[in-house]
Structure formats: structure tokens, C-alpha cells
Design a binder for this molecule. Structure first.
Ligand code: AMP
Length: 216
């Protein structure tokens, strides 16, 4: 199954992607995660991407298209994958279509998480993750059961993304509406788009996503 998760920053794409990964055993390909790794390791791509990411702007299409193209060729993608945060521009969507054609792959569905803008800044500004196992948390909505101890792996190694602050978040939202929101119409016109109300509980959204996947 090849799936795209679409929605503004903070819509819950990463959270839902992780649940799909657990249930369907296909990897989550998050271009944001891949770029953050590149920044962390100081690779050539990381050096080019860092300032752009810190400003909440979009990294150039050629960089992200290259990373995704390499990644989908890996062995663990042969049964499918979830694209989280890619494509983010019409140019990336066209490149993805060409890539699928060249690699003889087919897209199954595009799931749009529909959210209320006002909730996004609050969601994003409060989120943090376990740096050891990747479990996601939130200052207001999901604190660890035992303070300073990850519910999943027990470590006290929490981290916040450098771009999860109000100012950068507003810039990321502007980039979303300018560059990425047109993809809703793009995939609707191609018959791939399925909308999900992203304002409910994580479990309710996951159930709605699951229903879509059953019929995809
Ligand atoms: P995310 O984790 O998806 O919120 O992405 C974090 C940041 O990485 C974004 O604000 C962009 O700077 C960059 N980024 C991630 N995916 C893409 C993409 N497909 N195209 C351009 N920039 C991206």
C-alpha cells in the first residue's frame, strides 16, 4: 500500500503514520525526519537544509525529491510506504508521479487530515518526543504517566524540535497554505483524495483512517 498523508503542520500526520506502521508493517517516510537526521549528522544536504528549516520555510524540491527517490528503492519499502510531509509542492507531486511511473509503482490513496487552524499552533508549540524510542507527547494533551519517564521505553531523554515554536509555526503554516494546500485540489481531481476529520481523538481519527485503508 502506498499512501500519502496530507495536512498542515500539527495536523497529526506523524501520529497517524506511526499507528499505520504498527498495524500494516509498512514504513513511514517522513521527509522532515530524514532532513532532521541529515542536519544532525552535518551531511552536505543537512548543511543546506538547516537554515531553511529553522526559518520554517521549505527545503528545495530537488533535495527532497532525491531523498524520497532513494528511500523508496530500499528493501523495506517493497510492500508499500506512507509518505508523511511529502509531496509538499505541486512540483514535488508531479515529480512523485513521474517517479512512480518510472519505478512501476502506483499510489493507493491520499488522506487529508482536516484540522482547525487555531488548534494547530497550540498543538505544535506543546509537543515533544522521546529521543530514544520516538514516542510522541504533549504538554497539555499527553504527558508521560510517570513524570520524566517515557511510557514506552522508560528513558528520560525527551526532546523538542527547534522549529516547534509559535513564530516558526506561523511561518510553516504560511508555507503550507501557499505551497502545499493546492495539493488537495490536485489529488481530488485525480480521484485519490480522502478527507478525515483531524479534530477528534487520536483513536477516532485512526479508526476513520483504517476504514479508508480497507477500501483503498
Ligand atoms: P515536518 O517534520 O514535516 O514538519 O518538516 C519540517 C521541516 O522540514 C519543514 O518545515 C521544511 O523546512 C522541511 N521539509 C520537510 N518535508 C519537506 C518537503 N517535502 N519539501 C520541502 N521541505 C520539507
Amino acid at each position: 500500500m502506498k499512501l500519502i498523508l496530507l495536512g498542515p503542520p500539527g495536523a497529526g500526520k506523524g501520529t497517524q503514520a506511526k499507528l499505520i506502521v504498527d498495524k500494516h508493517s509498512i514504513p513511514q517516510l517522513s521527509t522532515g525526519d530524514m532532513l532532521r537526521e541529515a542536519v544532525k549528522f552535518g551531511s552536505k544536504i543537512g548543511k543546506r537544509a538547516k537554515a531553511v528549516m529553522d526559518a520554517g520555510k521549505l527545503v528545495s524540491d530537488d533535495i527532497v525529491i532525491g531523498i524520497v527517490s532513494d528511500r523508496v528503492d530500499m528493501e523495506n519499502c517493497k510492500n508499500g510506504f506512507i509518505l508523511d510531509g511529502f509531496p509538499r509542492t505541486l512540483q514535488q507531486a508531479d515529480a512523485l508521479e513521474a517517479m512512480f511511473e518510472e519505478k512501476d509503482m502506483a499510489l493507493d490513496a491520499v488522506i487529508e487530515l482536516e484540522v482547525d487552524d487555531d488548534a494547530l499552533v497550540e498543538r505544535v508549540a506543546g509537543r515533544f518526543t522521546c529521543g530514544t524510542c520516538g514516542e510522541g507527547y504533549h504538554d497539555k494533551f499527553k504527558l508521560p504517566v510517570t513524570p520524566n519517564k517515557c511510557d514506552k521505553c522508560g528513558e528520560n531523554n525527551f526532546a523538542r524540535r527547534a522549529d516547534d515554536n509559535e513564530e516558526t509555526m506561523r511561518s510553516r503554516l504560511r508555507a503550507y497554505y501557499k505551497e502545499t494546500a493546492p495539493l488537495v485540489g490536485y489529488y481530488y481531481a485525480k480521484g485519490f483524495l480522502r478527507g478525515v476529520d483531524g479534530m477528534g481523538t487520536i483513536a477516532k481519527i485512526a479508526a476513520d483512517v483504517d476504514n479508508i485503508l480497507k477500501s483503498a
